[in-house]
Design a protein around this ligand. Structure first.
Ligand SMILES: NC(=O)C1=CN([C@@H]2O[C@H](COP(=O)(O)OP(=O)(O)OC[C@H]3O[C@@H](n4cnc5c(N)ncnc54)[C@H](OP(=O)(O)O)[C@@H]3O)[C@@H](O)[C@H]2O)C=CC1
Ligand SMILES: O=C(O)C(=O)Cc1ccc(O)cc1
Length: 428
């Protein structure tokens, strides 16, 4: 069965793996001006035919995947959708399904089936065993089976959801997780520091914060903007995260240790259970694994500076306020979310670590200004998402991206190695 993709920058992102892994015939296109370059690039791939535009791809293909910027899906489907071959199957790989499904419903002929998908992992992660969401929105069983047969080349774990369930879960997992990392990056940028050059950010938890922040900022802004701004479920989550950060920071500033402790422990109980029953049998992450992936140099006897872990305390406070139990979403979680939950867990699992963070939060003024920058950053992202301002979102992202850019080559390598090692070590 011919498979078609309308996208494409041929980078190592999940949907592009289909081009590598699927052995059947594929027709693909990018924008028309990319035609010559793409044709040259794929000239040696006998099963892949590059066409000039989406009309030519659509009219000749049985299964079409739209893999374009989420914000552009309406425009692109409006253009090519009416050219879809009779009785074909159409799907999308965008990170937010609400606009995608709307575009299909608005612009595809009624005889066309709709089955969407979403690979829940980013670049340089082997698609094998990672979650792949499949959405049988308007399709016969036979069409759905065809899609599963094609996508089986990814060797991912198929997760069956509706579009609405998909958006709700990815708002809880991806959007709010990204908000935390985007805020860390912005705060470090505002303080003009590469965190791995300072003593505060040493050790396993800090390596995760730094490496994942670099991973996000080294990618394309539209992926993160799309899943935050276009997902109708995401706004509330991102807003709550900013609110949690602000309120905890105020308690810290005011020296309200008892109140802060009570609030954090209550959140811990709601999220992790009163008898810690929500933890898995073993920790999601092990310090020994994380400790290896430092971007900065480390002397053997180097002691990390105390850290109140505002970003992690706020995460649990946010989950608690929204009634989110993150473990419920493991079946369709991204590696990034699992790592973030893992470091949160490692702080909250250890009463001594948590007590120390709460003590530092109130008694230690060393990092007040950095935490203030982090609070501003979280509020800034939330406001931007709330207003739905794509351009402001892009500018906020790109200026910080530029700041870190000289360090990306090294950071991406270390970050990829960390994600790979953690995925290996958590296989069971
Ligand atoms: N990056 C990731 O890790 C993941 C991304 N996704 C989702 O997949 C989608 C694509 O993301 P990604 O591949 O990273 O982004 P890219 O920017 O690399 O790919 C989108 C491509 O679509 C092309 N395009 C835009 N309009 C048209 C058109 N009219 N006809 C043909 N091609 C067109 C763009 O061209 P041009 O650049 O010239 O505008 C671009 O090459 C997004 O919705 C993203 O949210 C899903 C899972 C993971
Ligand atoms: O793991 C993450 O959250 C990532 O950042 C990578 C990513 C980005 C967009 C997607 O739609 C899916 C995965």
């Amino acid at each position: 069965m011919p498979l078609v993709a309308i996208f494409v920058e041929f980078e190592d992102v999940p949907h592009v793996e289909i081009l590598t892994l699927y052995a059947g015939r594929i027709k693909a296109c990018d924008r028309e001006e990319q035609y010559e370059d793409l044709s040259k690039e794929f000239s040696s791939r006998t099963n892949i035919q590059i066409l000039r535009n989406g009309h030519l791809v659509s009219r000749a293909s049985d299964y079409i995947i739209y893999s374009v910027e989420a914000a552009g899906i309406g425009r692109v489907v409006a253009e090519y959708g009416p050219s879809t071959k009779q009785n074909a199957i159409v799907g999308g790989q965008t990170s937010c399904k609400d606009p995608e499904i709307k575009a299909f419903e608005d612009h595809l002929p009624p005889d066309v089936d709709i089955v969407s998908c979403h690979s829940l992992h980013g670049p340089k992660v082997d698609s094998k065993d990672q979650p792949l969401v499949l959405i049988k929105h308007r399709a016969s069983d036979a069409s759905f089976t065809k899609v599963e047969t094609v996508l089986r080349c990814l060797q991912s774990k198929h997760v069956y959801l509706t579009a609405h369930e998909h958006d709700r879960i990815t708002a809880d997992t991806q959007a709010v997780t990204h908000a935390a990392f985007l805020s860390m990056g912005k705060a470090w940028h505002s303080s003009r520091q590469f965190p791995w050059e300072g003593a505060r950010y040493v050790g396993g938890i800090e390596n995760v914060k730094i490496n994942l922040t670099m991973r996000i900022y080294s990618q394309k802004w539209h992926v993160y903007a799309g899943l935050a701004i276009l997902n109708p479920e995401a706004r509330k989550q991102i807003n709550q995260y900013a609110k949690s950060v602000t309120e905890l920071y105020k308690l810290m500033l005011g020296g309200h240790h008892a109140e802060l402790r009570e609030r954090v422990l209550l959140a811990k109980e709601k999220v992790f259970g009163s008898d810690d029953s929500k933890w898995a049998g073993k920790p999601l992450l092990r310090d020994a694994v994380l400790d290896q992936f430092s971007l900065g140099p480390r002397a053997a006897d180097f002691a990390p500076l105390p850290n109140n872990h505002l970003s992690l305390l706020a995460m649990v406070d946010c989950w608690s306020a929204l009634g989110i139990v993150p473990y419920d979403h493991m079946i369709c979680s991204t590696p990034l979310f699992r790592l973030w939950l893992g470091v949160t867990e490692s702080l909250f699992r250890s009463p001594a670590r948590l007590d120390e963070a709460l003590r530092v939060a109130v008694e230690d003024n060393t990092f007040r200004s950095e935490d203030l920058e982090f609070t501003f950053a979280a509020r800034g992202w939330a406001e931007c998402v709330g207003l739905g301002h794509f351009e402001t979102w892009r500018d906020r992202f790109v200026t910080t991206q530029r700041f870190f850019e000289p360090r990306f080559a090294e950071a991406i390598e270390v970050g990829n190695a960390m994600v790979k090692a953690v995925l290996e070590s958590t296989k069971s």
